[in-house]
Design a protein around this ligand. Structure first.
Ligand code: GLU
Length: 522
């Protein structure tokens, strides 16, 4: 069959074993981009055949994550569609049937070795592998007589079904990103495909059967699945499905921001960034892991950041809408090499996306931050502060103790820079604060007193209204009041343009802060 005639169908197939890792989000995103640019379908399948690793709430968490991120699926768990059920634990009948197909074709066999027997074998034989070399020494349907096998089955003896891998074959995985990856089948073991104990297939069998039945054309997944791919190729052949086998694309790993190796949750904890899209409350331990949503990230920024970890449009463009990404994305141009998880860049993207929004859109998040600090402000006040402060730079200390600077990227960044908008200074630290010491000298109090009288007479307290009067006075007297005025209104050398700040505070508050500074600093 000519593959190009088939409608593109891809799937994201997480196992509900915990919160979705940010790398999984990127996998889903690349599947989405690929599907949409080919007018295809994106399927959401839950691979829950490993009952020992099932975590309650994980499936709901994954669904909510994609809802927040704005990545819609065309079919699957909670979305419907005519290739269901899409939860593997609900497809037992289907898998049972296909296990039978492999057994009948002599592509698989039944094995009765108990865990204890297998352990003993591993103890006795170094690097023991269940394969063509060793299967003849084990307790399975290849070594036992038909009568023995039937008797064991009739007695309800637990068993597994193993894939009978033919040794000495070069298996070719044709990978869109990596090219041809060739593995000799002799190094593969006879993987377990089905366990009678829980009447469930293993990942390998369920994955292949479902991809086939769901008419999946491309398997786009993380690099960690590449070692399974040769086995999957052999399974397609064993079923006689080689001509509709999906094409593979194994995505590069996400790497630690600092040092070598795979990105882990610990890197996030250490350096202060989330590795999960949403906050996760571990149902067993009660531990809470931070999420991009709760940190104040915009979904578009997270998507944009992730899209560029392993792919770029080939020009310098970094801020891309989802539509642009769909147009420009090129699976074959994805990098083979791991992508460093530059979390500072993630904050940069959030800054860019926040700037794209109207200032008022920041208000609800900023309001939450203010309330937590015990401050009540009107939306108008909040919007004005956002307008004045959104382009400022914040200093922070990363998990390694390094002092760093970045743009305001989150509503919560605003608070340390904006307290003085809402709270008047109560003291001045002349001793430690160089700005105060340098700008409040002998004679300053008298100048501020003069300015106070001037301000009292200003009727139009807008930026322009104040500017006209105060600039003229400054010119006439030669007094440059700006820094001392800043000391009086802010308490230190921070803040926006003085006229903007003054207009925000209003005449009464400005006068009261000036009086206090004059009395306190003299
Ligand atoms: N269930 C696997 C996972 O958790 C799916 C791997 C694949 O896409 O084949 O990622």
């Amino acid at each position: 069959m000519d593959m190009s005639e088939r409608k593109v169908r891809v799937r994201f197939a997480p196992s509900p074993t915990g919160p979705l890792h940010i790398g999984g989000v990127r996998t889903a995103l690349y599947n989405y981009l690929f599907a949409k640019q080919h007018g295809g379908d994106l399927i959401f399948r839950i691979e829950d055949t490993d009952s020992t690793r099932f975590v309650p709430g994980a499936e709901e968490y994954i669904i909510e994550s994609f809802k927040w991120l704005g990545i819609p699926f065309d079919e699957g768990v909670s979305f419907g569609g005519d290739h269901g059920p899409y939860r593997q634990s609900e497809r037992r009948d289907i898998y049972r049937k296909y296990v039978q197909v492999l057994l009948e074709r002599d592509k698989a066999y039944i094995a009765f070795d108990t865990p204890e027997e297998l352990d003993a074998k591993r103890q006795a034989v170094e690097n023991f592998q269940y394969d063509a070399q060793t299967r003849g020494q084990m307790r399975n349907s290849l070594t036992l007589s038909k009568e023995e096998v039937d008797a064991l089955l009739a007695a309800g003896t637990p068993y597994v079904v193993r894939f009978k891998i033919e040794p000495g074959r070069d298996v070719v995985v044709d990978d869109i990103i990596r090219g041809e990856v060739v593995i000799n089948s002799s190094i593969l073991d006879d993987k377990v495909l089905y366990k009678s104990a829980d009447d469930l297939p293993t990942y390998h069998l369920a994955n292949i059967v479902d991809d086939h039945l769901m008419e999946v054309t491309h398997v786009i997944r993380g690099e960690e699945w590449l070692p399974s791919a040769p086995l999957h190729v052999l399974l397609y052949e064993a079923f006689g499905w080689a001509d509709t086998m999906p094409r593979f694309a194994h995505l590069p790993l996400l790497l630690k921001p600092i040092g070598n190796g795979k990105l882990s949750k610990r890197d996030g904890d250490k350096l202060g960034f989330p590795v999960f899209p949403l906050e996760w409350h571990d149902p067993k331990t009660g531990a809470v892991s931070s999420g991009y949503r709760e940190k104040g990230y915009l979904p578009g920024a997270v998507i944009n950041f992730l899209a560029l970890l392993g792919w770029n449009p080939g020009n310098d463009q970094e801020v891309l809408s989802l539509e642009e990404m769909v147009k420009l994305f090129d699976l074959s141009k994805c990098s083979k090499n791991g992508a460093k998880f530059d979390y500072v860049k993630a904050a940069w993207f959030n800054h860019q996306y926040l700037l794209q929004q109207p200032d008022a859109a920041w208000c609800p998040a900023f309001d939450k931050v203010l309330r937590e600090a015990g401050i009540e402000a009107t939306p108008e006040q909040e919007e004005a502060v956002v307008r004045m402060m959104k382009l400022k730079v914040i200093e922070y200390v990363d998990g390694l103790g390094n002092k760093k600077k970045r743009n305001i990227s989150f509503a919560s960044d605003l608070w340390p820079l904006t307290k003085f908008f809402f709270v008047a200074p109560t003291e001045f630290d002349r001793e430690n604060d160089k700005f105060v010491r340098k700008n409040w000298k002998e004679g300053t109090a008298a100048e501020m007193q003069q300015m106070l009288t001037l301000i009292e007479g200003i009727d139009d307290f807008s930026v322009e209204g104040q500017k006209a009067v105060i600039d003229a006075w400054s010119e006439q007297t030669g007094i440059k009041p700006w820094n001392a005025w800043r000391v009086a209104l802010v308490g230190t050398g921070q803040g926006p343009d003085m006229y903007e700040l003054s207009a925000f505070l209003g005449k009464d508050e400005v006068m009261s802060r000036m009086k206090f500074a004059i009395e306190t600093l003299k």
